[in-house]
Design a protein around this ligand. Sequence first.
Ligand code: AHR
Length: 500
Amino acid sequence: FSTRLVIDGDFSIAQLDRRIFGTFVEHMGRCVYTGIYEPGHPTADENGFRGDVMTLTRELGATVIRYPGGNFLSGYNWEDGVGPKEKRPVRLDLAWYSTETNQFGTNEFMQWCRDLDVEPMFAVNLGTRGPDEARHFLEYCNHPGGTELSELRRQHGVEEPHGIKFWCLGNEMDGPWQICQKTADEYGRIAKESAKLMRMVDPSIQLAACGSSKHDMPTYGAWEDRVLEHCFDEVDFISLHHYFENPHESTAEYLANIEQTDLFIKEIVAVADSVAARRHSSKRIMLSFDEWNVWYKARTPEHLRQPGWPQAPRLLEEVYNHEDALLVGGALITMMNNADRVKTACLAQLANVIGPIMTEPGGAAWRQTIFFPFAQAAKYAKGRVLRSLIESPSYQAETFPEVKYLCATVVHDDESGQTAVFALNRHLSEAQEITVELRGLGEELRLVEATELHHTDMKAINTQSSPHEVWPETNAAVTIDGAFVKARFKPGSWNVIVLS
Ligand code: AHR
């Protein structure tokens, strides 16, 4: 069947904020310990950072990494994770029923970020703690010197301030599972006061308030409205969290979820802008989609909690298949197509815990299927997201009335002249013959690269012993004629075409 995608170089949605290619490192399961940090591992450096995981993180192209949680955050004392390691306390982590040794903390994470040249996204605990600790933590991290806390950081071997720019005000504070859950009014007030104090310490920071933990929370919408009513003037972002599931065990229904994400984003924009309207304010709150991924297989009780307060247990070790990679690609397309409001996003998480990277303690590290759409988008999506006109047949899903088989976005970089097309063929049995018309980008376009991620088995996975089962291949069925690109997209495939 045929589809058509038309863009015009003059018509853009917005400049893409590259922070949408963020990921997340939480102290839970094996994300930190035996994930990114494993002293004694054959590839570990002098800091205990796993070299194989660092190499894969670079290849993944993550631009920003959120830390230290997650649910863990709401019971975390930042002081436990700084200073001499032998003096750091071992504590119970009530979020994940694990033992936290605190051998990895703020300064280790910042060193790891610097080594990888990624931006940190930090979070302050507004569960068990509040504005006072928030301002102290920020002072420890960002104040140059001359105060007790900034000098403490220097005693800990970090002479220069970390200069952490992005701060989340708590995590999922609406969730009954959260350590010290709050009502919207309780949280909104604390978020406002914490933000005020933090800005006094460092006016250059950006702050994100917690939105709903998920789209189907009973207080969804009302929560954002109430929270922003309190802290609209003090924050820059509201957060969105979403984990995709496949309850119908149907690929077609599953891929329709992508449309729900678009709706989710637009609903939160509407709520935030209605708060602005009530205040007669031209300020626009941006969206931080700071937790998202596929997560439905590793959800049984033993994936969430293991007996005996273990250290770094195997939690949420979701194994991703080919259809999960399609969904992740589609979610990225949706976020890019909302680039005017989604400015940061974090694939949750990075290693082992619902992660694109898997590791074995003392052993190998490999790429899960979802690694590829993320890495390709992070590599090639630069510049302006262009408005796409899409003509495509569609199907009717139970969860969404009209799902176009073609799901796509086009990003153009004025500096390099490079254009990247990212597209899903959501038809599961037929190839798609697509014509892409690229108006106003020059007469003679040149093909830089065309790849497809395709597998005949939607449930195909990459494992330690078979790490290349799902892997992008060159798509030879791509031709260029002036400003027209013609391509064949295989059924159930993720496609990337790069032109210059
Ligand atoms: O990413 C796993 C968990 O999911 C996070 O800790 C929490 O914020 C969310 O519920």
